[in-house]
Ligand binder design. Sequence first.
Ligand SMILES: [Zn+2]
Length: 229
Amino acid sequence: MTLLLLIGVFWLARTGARLTGAGAGESRGVVLIDSGHGGSDPGKIGIHQEKEKDINLQIANRLKKQLEKNGVQVYMTRETDTDLSDGTGGNSKVQDLKRRCELVRELQPDCVLSIHQNSYPEEAIHGAQVFYYEDSVEGKKLAEILQRHLVEGLDKTNHRQAKGNKTYYMLKKTEATLVIVECGFLSNDREASLLTDEKYQKKVAKAICSGTLEYLDSLTEKSKGSAES
Ligand SMILES: [Zn+2]
């Protein structure tokens, strides 16, 4: 009887463990969304005085929702209009960027999506573009997938391509797969208006989400393949 009871308890414990394990294992991947700028740093100022930091956060929040709906575990570097410096003096911009990189190291996500808006002295320049660290194979892969989804989802006439970079702080200072998504140009009349529009922001978020899912699923396929071989 005692033995039966013990077996029962053991079975329950195992089932419980399996259930918990299954819950955690169901996540399609872990993503850190970095909403660029914030607080005292507005980022780029648009042609109609749009602030980049606000648009970044709005798109980041919409993207978070979309990814979570698709079973992705999402972290954010900021969820309100703040920067990440602690105000103890020194260069707050550097401190802000350092803190963002620390979060990447702490959380070890499958990838980091840093959301930004672009600007250029010539008004005609427009179109979304994704940047990756030039020496990162995974970064390039993710950036190219995202670029394709942004072109297909937003503007098929956008001929911009994913581009390597070695100077952006977060690209340089993080080991993780990190891309900078410049969703569009705030210096372009039409794009600046679109980027503040709720429907368009949802389209941007949807394109980034579907690209991210394609990338995350390719990682799962890869690990399955290596486990079998
Ligand atoms: Zn920016």
